[in-house]
Design a protein around this ligand. Structure first.
Ligand code: SF4
Ligand code: SF4
Length: 384
C-alpha cells in the first residue's frame, strides 16, 4: 500500500514512518510560502529553508519520498504579476533543487506551468480542487496531472469511484481520516482563508478568524450523526478501495502532534485498529483570533477544551456495506442510517458538549454581530 502521511516537521516522525508496513511518503510545506497551502499546519513551527532541506534529505535517506504541497486554491491573481511570478518560479526551482519527488497543487494553471518548466516533478491534484466527477477528473488529467486526490465527499460513492477509475489512467488517491462535514458548506471559504493566510504576501500577515472551524465544530456537536456522515474510512475497509483500483491513500493532519500522526499512519498501514476511531481522525480544534475577548471560556486563542467523542471502531464492522447501494447526494433528507449508527457507536458527555456548544455560540455571535471590533486594543495587536 502507498500511504501519504503529513509532517509537522518533527524529525522524530521519520524513523517510525520508515518502519511501517507500507510504502510511506511524507508531505508538508513551510508555514508561509509563495503559493500557500490550503490546510492548517503545525503551530509554533519556525522552519528556515535550509532546515527544510535537511529534513527532506533525512527523509530521503530513510527511504521516504517527499511531496511538497502548494495547494492554496487561489493566489489572489499574484501569479499574473511579473515580479511575483518570478518569485513563484524561484520557489519551484528551490523545491526542485531539494530533490522533492512531487508537488500537490490546486490551481489548474500551476499544473501546466510545472509540467512545462519543471518536467522532473510529478504533479498531484489536491483534494482542494474538488475532483468529484468523471468529467473533472478527465480534464485535470488532460492538463498533465500524474495523480488526483479525490474530493473527500465522494469517498463513499462507490459507483462514482469505479467510473472515475475506469475513465482516467492517472493515479487516484483517497483521503482516509478526515472529519470534515459531509458536503461542508464552509469548505471553499475555509480553504480560501487558509490559503491566503499562508501566503508570504498576505496583507494581514496571516491573520484570520477561524469562523469555518468554529461553525463546523458546532454543527458536528449539535448533531452527532454528522460525525458518521463525515467521509472517513476505517483502516479495516481500505481493501474496498483497493479492489476498485485506488492506488494511494493519504492521512491528513499536518497540525496534529507527532504521536497522533504516527498512530493514524500505523493504524492505516496495518489495516486494523482497536479502540476509539476519533483518536486517529484529523480533529481540528477551533482557534479564535480575538482571543482577548471578554467571552466566557476564551483563553490563549482557544475556546475551552474540545469535548472528545468516543467512536467504537469495532462496532462499525460492516458499516460501509450500506453505502454500496445508497445515493447519499440525493437521499439524505429521508435516510436515518447515520443517525442510527451514531446512536449505536458514539458516546460522549452531554453536559460537556452542551457547555462547549454554548461557548461556540457565544463566540460566533461575537463575530456575526461585529462585536469583536469593539475590543480595539486586541484588534490593533492582531492587525499590526
Ligand atoms: S468541515 Fe470544518 S475543517 Fe472541514 S472543510 Fe468544513 S469548515 Fe473546514
Ligand atoms: S443518505 Fe443516509 S447514509 Fe448517506 S449520509 Fe445521509 S444519512 Fe448517511
Amino acid at each position: 500500500m502507498k500511504l501519504l502521511v503529513p509532517t509537522n516537521w518533527d524529525p522524530d516522525l521519520i524513523l517510525p514512518l520508515s518502519r511501517l508496513e507500507a510504502e510511506v511518503q511524507i508531505y508538508g510545506v513551510l508555514p508561509t510560502s509563495m503559493i500557500g497551502s490550503g490546510g492548517r499546519g503545525a503551530e509554533n513551527v519556525h522552519m528556515a529553508e535550509n532546515q527544510a532541506e535537511e529534513y527532506i534529505e533525512r527523509a530521503h535517506s530513510a527511504g521516504l519520498k517527499f511531496d511538497y504541497i502548494l495547494n492554496a486554491p487561489s493566489m489572489v491573481n499574484m501569479e499574473w504579476d511579473e515580479n511575483t511570478h518570478r518569485e513563484l518560479l524561484e520557489q519551484i526551482r528551490w523545491i526542485t533543487s531539494m530533490g522533492v519527488d512531487s508537488v500537490t497543487v490546486s490551481i489548474p494553471y500551476l499544473i501546466e506551468l510545472i509540467k512545462r518548466q519543471f518536467p522532473q516533478l510529478d504533479v498531484r491534484v489536491s483534494t482542494i480542487a474538488h475532483v468529484s466527477s468523471v468529467a473533472r477528473a478527465k480534464l485535470f488529467e488532460s492538463l498533465g496531472a500524474d495523480s488526483i486526490t479525490l474530493d473527500i465527499n465522494v469517498n463513499r460513492d462507490f459507483t462514482l469511484l469505479k467510473a472515475i477509475r475506469s475513465a482516467v489512467n492517472c493515479g487516484l488517491t483517497v483521503l482516509l481520516n478526515n472529519l470534515c462535514l459531509y458536503q461542508c458548506p464552509y469548505e471553499y471559504y475555509h480553504h480560501d482563508t487558509l490559503g491566503h493566510a499562508s501566503q508570504s504576501y498576505n496583507p494581514l500577515n496571516g491573520y484570520y478568524e477561524d469562523y469555518c472551524v468554529l461553525r463546523c465544530t458546532l454543527d458536528r456537536l449539535w448533531d452527532i450523526s454528522q460525525a458518521i456522515k463525515c467521509r472517513w474510512v476505517r483502516p479495516e475497509d481500505i481493501h474496498v478501495y483497493e479492489e476498485i483500483g485506488i492506488d494511494m491513500f493519504k492521512t491528513s493532519g499536518r497540525s496534529m502532534p507527532t504521536e497522533r500522526i504516527l498512530n493514524a499512519a500505523t493504524a492505516y498501514s496495518s489495516r486494523r485498529y482497536q479502540g476509539n476511531l476519533y483518536d486517529i481522525l484529523n480533529v481540528i480544534t477551533p482557534k479564535v483570533g480575538f482571543g482577548n475577548s471578554d467571552l466566557p471560556g476564551v483563553q490563549n486563542n482557544v475556546i475551552g477544551s474540545l469535548p472528545r467523542l468516543y467512536i467504537d471502531n469495532q462496532a462499525l464492522e460492516g458499516f460501509i456495506d450500506f453505502f454500496k447501494k445508497q445515493d447519499c447526494l440525493s437521499g439524505c433528507s429521508h435516510c436515518d442510517y447515520c443517525q442510527r449508527i451514531a446512536n449505536k457507536v458514539i458516546q460522549f458527555d452531554r453536559e460537556e458538549v452542551d457547555e462547549y456548544v454554548a461557548m461556540l455560540n457565544a463566540y460566533l455571535y461575537n463575530l456575526a454581530s461585529s462585536r469583536m471590533f469593539k475590543v480595539k486594543a486586541g484588534v490593533r495587536r492582531h492587525l499590526h
